[in-house]
Design a protein around this ligand. Sequence first.
Ligand code: C2E
Ligand code: MG
Ligand code: MG
Ligand code: MG
Length: 292
Amino acid sequence: AARHDGRGNHAFYTREALQQARRRLKIQHALRGAVDRDEFSVVYQPLVHVDSGIAPGIEALLRWHRPAGGHCGPAEFIPIAEDCGEIVRLGDWVIAEACRQAAAWDEAGLRFGRMSVNVSAVQLRDRGFAERVIARCRQAGWPAHRLELELTESALVRDTELLRDCFDTLQSHGVSLAVDDFGTGFSNLHYLNRFPVSRLKIDRSLILDIQRSAESGDLTRAIIQLGQAMRMQVVVEGVETAIEEQLLREHGCDEIQGYLYTRPLPPREMAQWLRSGVPLRAPGLTADPQPA
Ligand code: C2E
Ligand code: MG
Ligand code: MG
Ligand code: MG
């Protein structure tokens, strides 16, 4: 009953908020020094070229193995690491690790194009970021032109000299940029035109209705064409069904990423996937029959 009067409600939500704040604080505390304690690993998910079925890229995704406490995914701990600044060290570790792994796979004769690493706005704003990225590539023996950084639009909102210098340095070494989660933020084309972005990753939320709604299909097609008109490659992420894949192929999408091909995999399984699985789907294959 107390929950139904205004003050009760207030107390209820306050308790929730308090619990949330406590969890955040706990995570923040646990994050400190976690890199040095070896609590992180990287899993990998391929991007698949729509026409050839080959994997032109692999995305590195961070995983945290908390010794105490339950599951905590990057969608939860990355924003916290950004707030407390820990993301700078953590992000640096991911780049080094992903480049090391990429070089090892390449050395082992596995064929793929680029390695993509997610980078947050806080990292970009950290002085010397671009130089550190280049140094990591060199140390790992991974060519910088085969590294791609995935940024969200929020990283591009503020056009500062620092950001320009950062992108200039990266570009001069051939590091490419992708805009992640397109369609969830401002989706402001102005940002994209201002910076040397070569790839647009359309968020899963934009294609959720694509099988049922012609309007959603039209919108997706329009965004794909728009990205391509701006000389960007267009990827759709979070593709789960063969029907979605077929529609996206018809809409002219360049690359697809999603559970349809595979979930993100630990290194050994990713290597196996590269060895055996490519090309998984020959061009022009009709969609698998889907259960109703
Ligand atoms: P993101 O970069 O947009 O990565 C895509 C997310 O969607 C990943 O979640 C991936 O596992 C998931 N995914 C892939 N295919 C499918 C699909 O077919 N269906 C569905 N429903 N989901 C799919 P994950 O690994 O939990 O990562 C979440 C987000 O955390 C990432 O989104 C990225 O923004 C961030 N993140 C992950 N690793 C890093 C990192 O090393 N550094 C930074 N700064 N952020 C990271
Ligand atoms: Mg990404
Ligand atoms: Mg995304
Ligand atoms: Mg994201």
